[in-house]
Design a protein around this ligand. Structure first.
Ligand code: FAD
Length: 488
């Protein structure tokens, strides 16, 4: 009988599934009872998927450290390599003497192309390469119209998705009952060398105060949501000052928790009678928007860089570096927009309602191409997601599938008055306005002079005047839209 050490190992290639729980690829590898090597490749090849932005790189550093620690407890080493992925994966298989690799699928065209090429090449060489669904409630090709086409509208998509019945049950990945045989020791990059943490300047202090990347942090967020937020979700999820949403987005983005686990955990609480079903239904439909975004990304892979509705390619975007800079810095003179952009810079996150308002402001008040805003979000969001970010930006622009109509132009002042009526959110992120009464917190430019003086505000100095006047900007946006309305 061969010694345990001589058993060829199985390689689990981790990508957007940085967890042990409900991880089908890892479970399949562990079930073989052979040595297991975990691999992560920072893909730097010319055909690699879009490189992570700054906030994502910070997150990845800490998430990979957490993953390495969790895997070590079950006897699985994490090997880190630099890309191109096709080369790195093949090298690791050869060095390990492995003939079997598993991974969970991804849905961005560049990633799919690499995975398909690798799978075909390995199978051609007689190796075993298997892939699983670790990221979605339903595969994009499983939910199609009666005519076998992808959906372009959310509501029928979600109806069809849920009509298939409950998603697959999440599976506990149990530590093997006996210690796994030891795999060969392979050379590995250092996490801090591969993904250096910001040092000079260290811009990540606000991120550290807000987040705990990794699987344990994800489960803590889920528990906190179940205990103190979900019972308020339907009524308060749109109120940025209410802290009523799950904050699971970066954990879902990096696969530190599976959507199946989230789906079933929330269902169990609802079944226990902790709150009424409308909260559960609303939350599930948001998970549904994530599924829909992935559905679109898979079936329409160009949505990351081209407007889904081709006529928007002729849109008369303005080149406005100063306007863009003011927007990124939270210096537009519209408090809700500025609060959102500062929350983003400080924490790597922004509340969904405010994301819609700031995106609308950039696209419609400033007429700046949605791709510039999308790229800023990609760099600064800890949940920057290839599907959700592009689909959402196109949704706001009016250029996407099932998008908000272009002529729906958010008024940033009245959005503030409706969704942040006492100004709690603005006071938190724009402290120079904190002493204004609620009636003027969203329109300091309209406040009486004595009130501004009492609040310590000098317009144009301590806080900017509005960089564009809402009514004029709105009309300019409508005129611009008119110019492409009848384009193909
Ligand atoms: P919850 O309300 O608790 O929702 C639970 C989960 O559902 C979220 O974690 C997320 O995975 C998913 N979800 C919720 N809303 C949406 C939505 N509208 N579209 C797709 N999925 C959704 N979300 C990202 O995950 N990454 C992004 O890069 C991203 N970019 C966005 C850009 C713009 C311009 C806009 C308007 C929205 C964007 N969103 C993005 C969607 C949404 O704002 C965030 O998912 C949400 O704010 C995350 O907070 P939460 O986890 O507390 O959400």
């Amino acid at each position: 009988m061969p010694s345990k050490v001589s058993l060829p190992p199985i390689v689990v290639w981790f990508r957007e599934d940085l967890r042990l729980d409900d991880n089908p690829a890892l479970a399949a590898a562990l079930a073989e009872g052979r040595p297991v090597i975990a691999l992560y490749v920072l893909d730097s090849g010319p055909d690699a998927p879009r490189a992570p932005g700054g906030a994502s790189r910070w997150w990845l550093n800490l998430s990979l450290k957490a993953l390495a620690g969790d895997l070590a407890k079950i006897g699985v080493p994490l090997v880190l390599r630099k890309g191109p992925a096709l080369t790195a994966v093949r090298e690791v298989l050869a060095e390990a003497g492995a003939a079997h690799i598993v991974w969970n699928r991804r849905y961005e065209a560049a990633g799919i192309a690499i995975d398909a090429e690798l799978k075909a090449a390995l199978r051609g060489d007689g190796l075993v390469a298997e892939s699983f669904n670790g990221a979605l409630l339903a595969e994009p090709w499983e939910v199609l119209t009666g005519a076998g086409q992808p959906y372009r509208v959310f509501t029928p998509f979600f109806r069809a998705m849920t009509a298939r019945g409950a998603p697959a049950q999440p599976k506990d990945v149990k530590a093997p009952s006996r210690p796994l045989p030891e795999p060969p020791v392979l050379q590995s990059e250092e996490i801090d060398a591969l993904l250096p943490l910001p040092a000079r300047p260290d811009w990540a202090g606000g991120l550290r105060d807000t987040w705990t990347p990794g699987e344990a942090g994800a489960h803590r967020r889920l528990e906190a949501f179940l205990d103190s937020r979900l019972h308020r979700y339907a009524g308060e999820r749109d109120i940025p000052g209410a802290d009523a949403t799950s904050l699971l987005s970066p954990h879902l983005r990096f696969g530190e928790i599976s959507p199946r686990r989230v789906w079933f955990a929330t269902s169990e609480r609802a079944a226990a009678g902790d709150f009424d079903d409308r909260h559960l239904d609303k939350f599930r439909s948001e998970l549904g928007w994530r599924e829909f975004s992935y559905h679109l990304l898979f079936h329409f892979p160009d949505i990351g860089h081209a407007s889904f509705q081709p006529r928007f390619e002729a849109f008369p975007w303005r080149d406005d570096p100063d306007g863009f800079r003011a927007w990124t810095r939270g210096r537009t003179g519209y408090p809700l927009v500025d609060a959102g952009m500062r929350e983003l810079w400080h924490t790597g996150y922004m509340h969904n309602r405010v994301r819609m308002v700031v995106a609308s402001f950039l696209i419609k008040h400033l007429l700046i191409d949605w791709r510039q805003g999308e790229a800023w979000f990609w760099d600064t969001l800890v949940d920057a997601d290839p599907a959700n970010n592009t689909a959402s930006w196109q949704w706001v622009a009016g250029s996407g599938a099932d998008a908000a109509p272009y002529f729906r132009i958010f008024n940033p002042t009245s959005q503030g008055e409706t969704f942040d009526p006492d100004g709690a959110y603005v006071r938190r992120w724009v402290p120079e306005l904190a002493r204004l009464p609620a009636s003027y917190i969203h329109k300091p430019h309209a406040a009486p002079r004595e009130m501004l003086e009492q609040a310590g505000i000098r317009l144009g100095d301590t806080y900017p005047r509005p960089m564009v006047e809402h009514g004029a900007a709105r009309q300019r946006a409508l005129d611009a839209f008119q110019s492409i309305k009848n384009a193909a």
